[in-house]
Design a protein around this ligand. Structure first.
Ligand code: ISL
Ligand code: CA
Length: 539
């Protein structure tokens, strides 16, 4: 059965970088409200808000100190209520980020939990040190280093898979699950339409034994996609989510297809869909920071695997943790607009719910920082320090941080060519990309061959197209930099051909052209640099 959230385009907002309304250099909720019309015009039906809850911002809001309050930097609860209302009046729904693997260490629960005798002690994962009072096991975390932090006050260690200011909740404790249910109800009762569930496949730790040898993230095998997590997801679904008209999309780290199938199989009633990473790691080695050569053929194989493997996909090319797609699989120097449109063509001809990230619709590029000190992201700093420690040469370190830093996607939205790109009247919290006079919303809005215009076109094209939304996916061709795939439903079919290179290429296929990133009227078998064509074919 079709669901409303399968048909909509979801737009991810990273609040601190979207629109500042009061000149403090930090994007905020009133700023978002002031841009709802632009989102409506683009064709967006759902907004996913990265965390706006109260937070000391050790990890930009992914460390929550109060799930029922708003970070004063972003506004107030009444601003939030207003956003939900204003969005609804434009038929836009809001989805919140649900960060429940961990809280902030400044959350009331954790503060109380530091006391061994508190009923909150068991809300988190506390363990005594080993014989020499060294950390309880050898696990290493997502932001590098041991996952254990020693707490003087109680003489024990607590577990944190991320930053030490992000202690992990204890999902062996039923009280924690009840608290989470209440938080979910609180937001659903306000009228939000669902949750993006942060690192949801690692919430349940099934054992605390030492991890096996690993280059990064040692210990993963003890908590990734465990039965305990499946059980909790079903419980949240049964007791809360199924009572509302809402959906969930899980962020599932290092998930493989078999795990993913279990996590979002319709019958099992766990998640509605999930974000996997494999399609963005075609040119990455473990730990995302180490590059390897991009191969279009590999990308097609990965797309085919997930498109065919899951009943329903969550399709995305960017988010706040990833480099900009035009800088990643496109060419942001020679063919910025054309390659951005080629990638838009790819995304919007895949099956699943579409997720785009702020700035993607105008082809924003990676951050042009020229000093490490211009980066804010904790992960970038930690990884850089680690690379230095293990002796990676300066030049390589710089290259890797440049391509993979999470701040690549976090620079402020480029609204116009005026001072501070129309983002703020003050000093932005993170430097604005120097290319804002060339790449900005205002300029593109007025130009019919802009990336923005093309996004509007592909969104509208897809809206009325069941083949693209629900059709089957078949890989057809992969040679050099060119890939082709077919989407088919009830005898109707489309062939999509994409060139991932600045070199022209040939791919002999016939059909009537329905979409082109070069504004072509027909296709003669020859592809220009970064060209994309979509053809309707007879079969
Ligand atoms: O971004 C990553 C790759 O370098 C991941 O390791 C990332 O930390 C992982 O995908 C989990 O991300 C989510 O949870 C984190 C938070 O920092 C990210 O912003 C969030 O998307 C902890 O809450
Ligand atoms: Ca502000």
């Amino acid at each position: 059965m079709k669901k409303w959230w399968q048909e909509e385009v979801v737009y991810q907002i990273y609040p601190r970088s979207f629109q500042d309304s009061n000149g403090d250099g930090i994007g905020d909720i009133p700023g978002i409200i002031s841009r709802l019309d632009e989102l409506k015009e683009l064709g967006v039906g759902i907004i996913w808000l990265s965390p706006v809850y109260k937070s000391p911002d050790a990890d930009n809001g992914y460390d929550i100190s109060d799930y029922r309050d708003i970070n004063p930097k972003f506004g107030t609860m009444s601003d939030m209520d207003n956003l939900i209302k204003e969005a609804a009046s434009r038929k836009i729904k809001i989805v919140m980020d649900l960060v429940i693997n961990h809280t902030s260490d400044e959350h009331e629960w954790f503060k109380k939990s530091r006391d061994k005798n508190s009923p909150y002690r068991d809300y988190y994962i506390w363990k005594p040190g080993n014989a020499n009072n060294k950390p309880p096991n050898n696990w290493t975390g997502f932001f590098m280093g041991s996952v254990w932090e020693y707490d003087e006050q109680s003489g024990e260690y607590y577990l944190h898979l991320f930053h030490k200011k992000q202690p992990d909740l204890n999902y062996h404790n039923p009280k924690v699950i009840e608290e989470i249910k209440d938080i979910m109800r609180f937001w659903l009762d306000k009228g939000i339409a669902g949750f993006r569930c942060d690192v949801i496949n690692i919430i349940y730790k099934s054992s605390f034994a030492n991890g096996k040898k690993a280059l990064a993230i040692r210990g993963l095998e003890h908590y990734k996609s465990k039965e305990g997590t499946h059980r909790i997801l079903r419980e949240l679904r049964r007791d809360v989510l199924d009572r509302y008209d809402c959906f969930t999309v899980g962020e599932t780290v290092m998930v493989d297809l078999d795990e993913a199938k279990l996590l979002c199989d319709n019958e099992r009633k766990e998640l509605d869909m999930l974000f996997y990473f494999e399609h963005l790691e075609v040119d990455r080695r473990i730990a995302r920071y180490v590059p390897k050569k991009f191969k279009a053929k590999k990308l097609l194989a990965v797309l085919a695997k997930w498109q065919q493997g899951l009943e329903w996909n969550a399709v995305y090319l960017e988010n706040h943790d990833q480099p900009r797609i035009v800088s990643h699989y496109g060419d942001d120097s020679l063919y910025p607009e054309r390659s951005a449109k080629m990638l838009a063509t790819m995304q919007f001809t895949l099956g699943g719910t579409m997720f785009i990230y702020q700035g993607q619709e105008i082809g924003m590029t990676n951050f042009d920082f020229d000093e490490l000190s211009q980066l804010n992201d904790v992960e970038s700093h930690n990884i850089h320090a680690l690379m230095k420690k293990i002796g990676i040469p300066r030049k390589l370190r710089w290259e890797w941080i440049k391509t993979a830093s999470r701040d690549n996607a976090r620079t402020p939205m480029q609204w116009n060519g005026e001072a501070m790109a129309g983002f703020t009247s003050g000093t932005p919290w993170l430097k604005i990309n120097g290319n804002y006079q060339k790449i900005n919303y205002q300029e593109q809005k007025e130009r019919s061959d802009s990336v923005l215009a093309y996004y509007k076109e592909v969104i509208a094209f897809r809206h009325n197209n069941d083949v693209l939304k629900y059709g089957s996916f078949t890989p057809v061709f992969a040679k050099g930099s060119v890939i082709a795939y077919r989407r088919e439903l009830d005898g109707d079919n489309y062939l999509i051909i994409l060139n991932f290179s600045k070199k022209p290429a040939k791919a002999a296929f016939k059909g009537s052209l329905v979409l082109s990133n070069l504004g072509r009227a027909n296709y003669d078998g020859k592809l220009a640099a970064y060209e994309a064509v979509v053809m309707k074919c007879e079969r």
